[in-house]
Design a protein around this ligand. Structure first.
Ligand SMILES: Nc1ncnc2c1ncn2[C@@H]1O[C@H](COP(=O)(O)OP(=O)(O)OP(=O)(O)O)[C@@H](O)[C@H]1O
Ligand SMILES: O=P(O)(O)OC[C@@]1(O)O[C@H](CO)[C@@H](O)[C@@H]1O
Length: 314
């Protein structure tokens, strides 16, 4: 079983427009509403593949009620922690070529007691779990070390549980310092961690190695259309797959879910991860892929990294 913690979930609203023209009134040609937030997306992707997962998340207000109603009857196991304020609503504007423009709200401020309840619920669910995933931004007021503290608490259990972290900014730096088993940065997040721009695959591998030297077990770096790089104790691989981009929102979460579902180590897990990520990109809004969407046969895994390869701007 895989437990996910999303400290700042969202109701994801997507509007599809013919062309984004700032400063004008645009008529949407389609709209979707999906339950959102990185950890919850991981649980949704796993559930779509029949893999046992539980999502710990704060739920409050009309948006919280809407989010839970959307998941009713979908086989997604929620561990909701009631909060006083409403959760946030994030907006995506999607254009026909797959370009997405995203507006993420800060989210509600959680009280110290609400944050404590999230951690306690995660620890309670983690007993016997194969992995805990701590993912997404932190709500306003939460300490930067929130996910890092959880990593330490899970490592100190009589039967320690490996933790995968996917977050950004100072929370990412704090979490990395706590030595999680897995970190899933995208290019921008890895640049933050490295403190410099990363232009090539070689730069990505070097930045990931630096994180490993600081105690991170393995780094799964997601690189948009360039696929993903895995840097772990047992080797370094790069994999990629073609995709007809419709909405990349949640592709990183699908990638992480696929990686954990396939054993979380080595080339085969990386191939599954990239297949799940590419599948998510071709689906609207933050819809998570089901088994029929995933094309592992289209994935190319490179054992030798082309260190000079320049990363696409995306
Ligand atoms: N244009 C694309 N073509 C093919 N695959 C893609 C494309 N964009 C993303 N992917 C796949 O999806 C994975 C995740 O994408 P990305 O690096 O954008 O993650 P992310 O920034 O964490 O996304 P999010 O935060 O929205 O979940 C990539 O590693 C890659 O496998
Ligand atoms: O603001 P955060 O927490 O960094 O990201 C939140 C979010 O953009 O991440 C998911 C996609 O990965 C979406 O479902 C959600 O809207």
């Amino acid at each position: 079983m895989i437990v996910t913690l999303t400290a700042n979930p969202s109701l994801d609203r997507t509007v599809e427009v013919a062309e984004l023209r700032p400063g004008t009134v645009m008529r949407a040609v389609a709209r979707q509403v999906h339950p959102g937030g990185k950890g919850l997306n991981v649980t949704r992707a796993l559930a779509a593949h029949g893999i046992d997962s539980r999502a710990v998340l704060p739920v409050g207000g009309p948006e919280g009620a809407h989010l839970t109603a959307l998941l009713d009857g979908r086989g997604v196991r929620l561990e909701p922690v009631a909060i006083r304020e409403s959760i946030r609503c994030n907006i995506t504007v999607a254009e026909p070529d797959g370009t997405t423009t995203k507006f993420n709200e800060p989210g509600p401020e959680l009280s110290g007691a609400e944050l404590d309840r999230l951690v306690e619920r995660t620890l309670a669910c983690a007993a016997g779990a194969a992995w805990v995933v701590a993912a997404g931004s932190l709500p306003p007021g939460a300490p930067d070390g929130f996910y890092g503290g959880l990593v330490r608490r899970l490592a100190a259990l009589p039967r320690p549980v490996p933790v995968a972290v996917d977050t950004s900014g100072p929370a990412l730096l704090e979490a990395a310092g706590a030595g999680p088993s897995l970190l899933k940065p995208n290019r921008e997040e890895l640049e933050t961690a490295a403190g410099r721009p990363l232009a090539t695959l070689g730069d990505v591998v070097k930045a990931a190695e630096e994180l490993r030297a600081r105690g991170v077990g393995a780094v799964l770096a997601s690189l948009g259309s360039d696929g993903a790089v895995l840097v772990g104790a047992d080797g370094v691989w790069h994999a990629e797959a073609p995709a007809r981009r419709r909405s990349s929102v949640g592709a990183g979460d699908a990638l992480l879910a696929g990686f954990l579902a396939a054993g979380a180590a080595g080339a085969a897990a990386l191939a599954a991860a990239v297949a799940w990520g590419a599948a998510a990109v071709s689906l609207p809004g933050s819809r998570m892929p089901a088994p029929d969407d995933v094309r592992t046969d289209l994935v190319r895994v490179h054992d030798a990294i082309d260190t000079e390869r320049t990363l696409a701007p995306d």
